[in-house]
Design a protein around this ligand. Structure first.
Ligand SMILES: *[C@@H]1O[C@H](CO)[C@@H](O)[C@H](O)[C@H]1NC(C)=O
Length: 136
């Protein structure tokens, strides 16, 4: 009885996790023990915004990652793979200049960053591609 219920719950969990991976997912990663959203983002070359956008099941504080869970890292056609990890003292104009892209492109591709660039967090991962990514 207990085993049956446990198996059913596990199957439901697997279905839930699998249902979160979009059919047009370009690449995935499996959550390891100790992973954080910014850590996964930095290691996998995905922006903090993109990881959260593609995986709406991750809560705002990113404290509900499940070890073994598969995350989609980017949707085909909307997948930024060129990134910069924010360091202490970084500001948007300098990050854009270093990446060789217009500030407007940086802001467009990182919709979580405000227009004055006053809400950067250390360890946050920004998309720094010169291409324009239109997230749907
Ligand atoms: C992330 O990007 C860096 C710099 O281009 C590259 O060296 C590294 O192999 C990339 N890592 C992954 C997982 O794509």
């Amino acid at each position: 009885m207990f085993a049956t219920a446990t198996l059913a719950a596990f199957a439901a969990l697997l279905l839930t996790v699998r249902a979160q991976i979009p059919a047009d997912c370009a690449r995935t990663a499996t959550v390891q023990s100790g992973d954080t959203c910014n850590g996964i983002s930095a290691a996998q070359n995905v922006s903090t915004f993109q990881l959260a956008h593609v995986n709406p099941g991750i809560d705002a504080a990113c404290d509900n990652l499940q070890v073994g869970e598969t995350l989609c890292l980017g949707i085909t056609g909307q997948d930024c793979t060129t990134v910069h990890v924010v360091q202490s003292g970084d500001f948007c104009a300098a990050i854009a200049a270093t990446a060789g892209i217009p500030l407007a492109t940086l802001l467009h591709n990182n919709p979580n960053v405000n227009s004055g660039c006053t809400n950067l967090g250390i360890g946050e991962v920004l998309c720094t591609t010169s291409e324009t990514i239109n997230y749907s």
